[in-house]
Write a protein that binds this ligand. Sequence first.
Ligand SMILES: [Zn+2]
Length: 481
Amino acid sequence: MSGVNLTREQSEKRTQSGSLFYWTGHPFVDAGLVAILLIAGKKKPEDLTVEDVEKAISFAAELYATKEWSTKYIHGMIFPNSGILMANPSMGKKRSPTSIAENLQSIFEELKSSDNDSPTCVLCGRRPAYSKKDIYLSVFPLLGTGGVPNFFHSANLRGADICAHCVFLAQFMPLISYRLSRVLVIHAYPYELMLELSKEALEDIKKSKLASQARGFRRPENFLFHLVGEVTRKMESSEFWENASVTLYYFICNNQNQILDLIHIPTPVLRFVAYANYIDPMGWKRIVAMGWRVLPDENDFDKFERERRNVVYSRLLNNESILSYFYNSKERKVNTNWNLLAFYCQEVLGLDEKILEFVKDVGDRIVETIGMLPDHKLDDEVRSLERAEKLYQFEAFFIRIEKLRQNLGIDKPLMTFDEFARILMAYGEDVSISWKTVKNLLLFRIYEKLHDRLMKSAELDKIEEFGADESEYSIYGGGNE
Ligand SMILES: [Zn+2]
């Protein structure tokens, strides 16, 4: 990971003359740096002083010496048997804030060392590997237990080649982690975003002396999406997320288990979720609510969000379309406005603006046509589009609308032959831009424009138990041919 194109001499000069710490791009190391910055109330590593570091050491040592932290959290979930943080249960008697602080201090002292015989750190690529301790999972989470020759590709029998800077910072990572059923570290870029998303963990620790439980959220992605909404509304702008990149590290590292889930939130998804929260928070809530098997009522939404897996979130993270969640087909109404739908299509699905305008225009022509029908006929036509599961059924819908236009005496055809070919063929079966995308967009437009009338006809259905009248139907052409 020596993406930094500097020789070690050059970079040492820079770190000696410059700051104590620097961002590395490694989630656990950066997390430790965030913790120290937040404790110091600062934003940039270059602003940190030795006093800030000492303050962070004593803050951490105080907590880590407690039983709740040492055995349950540090030993049980992050650094099993850590000698540095004295998390090994057998160390219970000797464990004290002072001894933990001394251990941390001694690694910090090593930052000044320049042992040129050591290999370079594999995480930051800037400093010689720390050689006073074997570097396994008790020192750095998820590294493996070692114990097998050539466990590490560097063939270093003393563990991974990680420098004192990176080892030191990783020890502070628990302070900004959230404790769900596993440990959650939110790595984000730009780094000010990481500070923003992590500060709640530290604030909770200050209040309760316990690791933050992320407000009882049980799923890391739900918590993150919730935070995105909050931050956006607080900033009163969605631009904060413009070039943002967020990855969730959801792991557990103890003597029985080493598990890591890596959840990357694509930048377009972040931008979209932020924009949605910014321009139509209620609409976004309605969209998300459809991602649960049962639609929550107003009071249950928060509970569901904390506890249950949400399909809308999962689909966003898996690069699958959520277009059908933009409307509620049972109630035939839209959950938000065309504006947000268009933003989603362009930003996340990558749909061309012109194509989108074209489909919207076709949608309006369909609305113009079926809008002239009596209520129950209108209902039939919309239903045939809703039920189109195969391409030929979708095609049949357009042919029926075309005939309707002729029968109703509307001058212009619904589409030219070229347009017809375009809407049906040009998008193929591509996951994001298939004819099903077009179908969803058209339904959205129809519900948006004709909701009231569609619901009126549903009401009529209920009251009169309307039977389809064949002769009347033939006036408007169509039927399933
Ligand atoms: Zn390093």
